[in-house]
Ligand binder design. Structure first.
Ligand SMILES: Nc1nc2c(ncn2[C@@H]2O[C@H](COP(=O)(O)OP(=O)(O)OP(=O)(O)O)[C@@H](O)[C@H]2O)c(=O)[nH]1
Ligand SMILES: [Mg+2]
Length: 305
């Protein structure tokens, strides 16, 4: 299966919940009237495009209809596709790798897919001949560093870890030192998702930042916030907390394969101003993609055979 087909398959649930339902609605009504717009609004909200973004989209359709840029409901789908494409446009930079070592901190709540994402990215960059190292900054469970080590073996890269319960900042300290000494290209830092309140989260991240910056003042070069697409609007709320505390440079949106809430991509960009850089479409090592807005929109609006 090719790149586009896998993405398309991953997005099939979202597409059924979104594009297919809009097509059904279009089949039921010809006029772009308030009833139609109200139904459309419901569909967008159900796909987790988000309240603010939905309102914007509905309003732009209303305006376009008024100005006769679109005349029947049949024009709505292509019009929406265009609007969403515009909203998702970004600078095209997936990951800034230039500094040596490039330090990438990976944050996010419990179970969203941080460790899996690091495994996938480690393998990806290893395949492109980068020297990768992983830091097991999640010291809450022994299983956490074990899990990272398994990914490390698959991606053939070294994993720096301490015993369960150790100070995450101490792991990070060792890892940064080791990354410099061993001339590593990219150091990924895994973190625990169990810091339930904002104060704990802030303290932990501050400490990790301090340790990193002592060795490499410009680092972390990227801070990826991992969000689970299946949680829809909840992912947006999580993102707000992390955006306030963690200096997030980009989002990795996981589990797009198992959800009908893929519209959340649009909300993340439009409401939080955060670029989605990578997307997860499965549990396997290759089940992820750089996020390319055009391809994403094409897959979202694709027709099923
Ligand atoms: N279907 C699907 N499952 C995924 C994806 N990414 C991760 N998972 C699964 O989600 C579960 C949690 O993934 P982890 O990588 O352990 O999540 P984490 O954020 O490190 O979790 P904690 O360390 O407990 O905070 C695992 O079962 C993964 O296989 C994805 O893109 N699609
Ligand atoms: Mg983990």
């Amino acid at each position: 299966m090719g790149f586009f087909d896998r993405l398309k398959e991953g997005l099939s649930k979202t597409r059924h919940n979104f594009t297919d339902r809009i097509e059904e609605l279009v089949g039921l009504s010809v006029e772009i009237d308030e009833d139609f717009l109200e139904e459309l609004e419901m569909i967008l909200l159900t796909a987790d495009v988000g309240g603010v973004t939905t309102e914007k989209l509905i309003d732009s359709i209303r305006q376009a209809a008024k100005k006769k840029e679109i005349s029947s409901t049949e024009d709505v789908l292509p019009f929406l596709k265009n609007q969403i494409s515009e909203m998702l446009k970004d600078d095209g930079q997936r990951t800034r790798i230039g500094a040596k070592p490039t330090v990438i901190l990976v944050v996010g709540v419990n179970g969203v897919g941080k460790t899996t994402t690091i495994g996938k990215l480690a393998n990806y960059f290893h395949l492109f001949k980068y020297k990768v190292m992983l830091a097991a900054g999640d010291t809450f469970r022994a299983a956490a560093s074990q899990q990272l080590k398994i990914w490390g073996e698959r991606a053939e890269c070294e994993v720096i870890s301490h015993a369960e319960g150790a100070d995450p900042a101490a792991v990070v300290f060792d890892a940064v030192k080791a990354a410099i000494a061993r001339k590593v290209d990219i150091l990924f830092i895994d973190t625990a998702g169990r810091l339930h309140n904002k104060t704990n989260l802030m303290n932990e991240l501050e400490k990790i930042h301090r340790v990193i910056k002592r060795e490499i003042p410009d680092a972390p070069h990227e801070t990826f916030l991992v969000l689970d697409a299946t949680t829809g609007q909840n992912a947006i709320n999580q993102a707000k907390v992390f955006a306030e505390t963690a200096n997030v440079t980009g989002v990795v949106l996981t589990k797009l394969d198992g959800t009908a809430k893929g519209g959340v991509v649009v909300a993340i960009k439009e409401e939080l101003g955060l670029p989605v850089k990578w997307i997860g479409v499965g549990e396997g090592i290759m089940d992820f993609r750089p996020f390319e807005p055009d391809k994403f929109v094409d897959a979202l609006f694709a027709k099923d055979e």
